[in-house]
Design a protein around this ligand. Structure first.
Ligand SMILES: [Zn+2]
Length: 375
C-alpha cells in the first residue's frame, strides 16, 4: 500500500493526487499518483510551482511546450528601446501590453489617436468617452472608420528574467525529493528536507551548477529537461542534478549523511521532440564538490553559451510545434470525415498531406526557416 510521503496517510482512489515530478507548465511529463495525497499536494505545490513556471515562462512560451492542463501563457513584460511594452503570444506574436490613447484639441475639434488590440476594446473606449465626456460621439461611426492593421514589430523586444529565487527553488527541491521517492520507494533519507517544503524556511543546499561540456552528450538541436540522481554509499552523499531547457542547471544536495545503497538514476525529456530520451551522464561529482559553495570559475561564460545555444533553437522549436498543431487539426478533420477509421489508407494519407503541405510551405516561406536536421 502506498502512502503520502509527507503525512503518511494511505493513498486510495479518493485521496491520491497526480504529482508532476517535473513541472507540467514547463512541458514536464514525468508524473506519479503514488507520492502525495491531494491535501499535501495542494498545500505545498502552488506558490513555488507557479513561481518557477513564471520564471521559465519565456522558454516554455518560445518552445510552445506541450502541457496536459491549461494553455501556454503569453510572455509578458517585453519592452522596446522606445519604451513600448509588448506581450508575446504563441512564442512569436507581439501584442501591445497596454492600449495607446491620445486626445488633442485641434482647429477642427478634438482629435483622438487610439491603438487597441481588437474591435471590442475600441468600442469600449469610445462608449466610455461618449458616456463621460462627449455625448455627441457616434461610436458605430468611429468603429466603422477605424483601420485594422497588422504591423511588423521593427524593434527588438527586451526581457529580463531571473531563474532560481528562494520561492521557485522550493519547487526545484520538491522535484528532486519527488524523483527520489519515486525511484527508491522510500523516504527516510530525504525526510529531513520536508520542513523546507511545508514552511517558508529557505533551503541552502541548492546551487546553480554549470560544469564543462562533456558531462553528458547533447544532441544536435536538443533542448531537454534532465534529472540525474545519485546516492553514494562510500562517500555518504545523495544529490540530484536537475536541469531545465538544457540551460538552467541546479545541484541539489539531498543528504551529506546518506546511509542507503549506491545507485544512480536519470530521466531526460526532449521538449522539442516531446518525448523521453536516453542519456548517459558522466558526472564529475564527489563529496567536496557537493559540500563546497565554490562555483565553476567560468560559470558566466558557460551559462551564456548554453542559453544562447538554446535560444538559437527557438525557431526549430516553434516550427515543430506549428507542424504538430497543423497535423493534429487536419487529422481531426479527417477523422470527422471518415468516422470510425483506425488507420488511414494510402489515398487518405495523401489527402492529409495535401492539406498539411501548403500550410507548412507557407510557414517556411514566411519565416525564412531552415530547420536543422536532427541526429
Ligand atoms: Zn499527505
Amino acid at each position: 500500500m502506498k502512502t503520502c510521503y509527507l503525512c503518511d496517510v494511505e493513498l486510495n482512489e479518493l485521496n491520491k493526487s497526480e504529482e508532476h515530478i517535473l513541472l507540467n507548465a514547463i512541458g514536464g511529463k514525468l508524473k506519479s499518483r503514488d507520492l502525495l495525497c491531494k491535501e499535501c499536494n495542494s498545500k505545498i505545490g502552488n506558490k513555488p510551482d507557479a513561481e518557477l513556471a513564471r520564471e521559465l515562462n519565456f522558454l516554455s512560451s518560445f518552445f510552445q511546450v506541450d502541457r496536459d492542463r491549461g494553455e501556454n501563457q503569453p510572455l509578458k513584460g517585453g519592452s522596446t528601446a522606445s519604451g513600448e511594452t509588448y506581450d508575446l503570444y504563441n512564442g512569436t506574436t507581439p501584442v501591445l501590453s497596454k492600449i495607446k490613447y491620445k486626445e488633442e484639441q485641434t482647429n477642427q475639434g478634438v482629435k483622438f489617436s487610439v491603438t487597441v488590440r481588437n474591435e471590442r476594446e475600441l468600442r469600449k473606449i469610445f462608449t466610455g468617452l461618449k458616456k463621460k465626456k462627449y455625448p455627441g460621439l457616434d461610436v458605430e461611426d468611429v468603429v466603422k472608420k477605424s483601420v485594422l492593421k497588422n504591423e511588423q514589430l521593427r524593434e527588438p523586444l527586451n526581457y529580463k528574467q531571473q531563474v532560481g529565487t528562494d520561492i521557485s527553488l522550493k519547487s526545484v527541491l520538491k522535484s528532486a525529493i519527488d524523483f527520489y521517492v519515486f525511484i527508491r520507494s522510500e523516504k527516510e533519507e530525504v525526510k529531513h528536507l520536508f520542513k523546507y517544503l511545508t514552511s517558508s524556511e529557505v533551503f541552502n543546499g541548492i546551487k546553480c551548477f554549470h560544469v564543462d561540456d562533456g558531462f553528458y552528450q547533447i544532441g544536435v538541436g536538443e533542448v531537454s529537461h534532465n534529472i540525474f540522481l545519485v546516492g553514494d554509499k562510500k562517500s555518504r552523499i545523495l544529490y540530484c542534478y536537475l536541469e531545465f531547457f538544457s540551460s538552467f542547471p541546479f545541484l541539489i544536495t539531498l543528504s551529506l549523511d546518506y546511509g542507503g545503497e549506491s545507485f544512480s538514476s536519470s530521466y531526460s525529456y526532449d521538449v522539442i521532440l516531446q518525448r523521453k530520451i536516453k542519456k548517459t551522464f558522466n558526472f564529475p561529482i564527489n563529496r567536496v564538490i557537493v559540500e563546497t559553495k565554490i562555483l565553476h570559475p567560468n560559470i558566466v561564460e558557460i551559462a551564456n553559451r548554453r542559453l544562447l545555444r538554446t535560444m538559437g533553437l527557438v525557431d526549430t522549436g516553434l516550427f515543430h510545434s506549428f507542424i504538430r498543431k497543423v497535423v493534429e487539426k487536419e487529422r481531426a478533420k479527417m477523422l470527422e470525415k471518415y468516422p470510425g477509421i483506425k488507420n488511414f489508407n494510402e489515398e487518405q494519407k495523401n489527402e492529409l498531406l495535401s492539406k498539411v503541405n501548403p500550410r507548412l510551405s507557407e510557414y517556411i516561406v514566411r519565416n525564412g526557416i531552415i530547420v536543422e536536421r536532427r541526429k
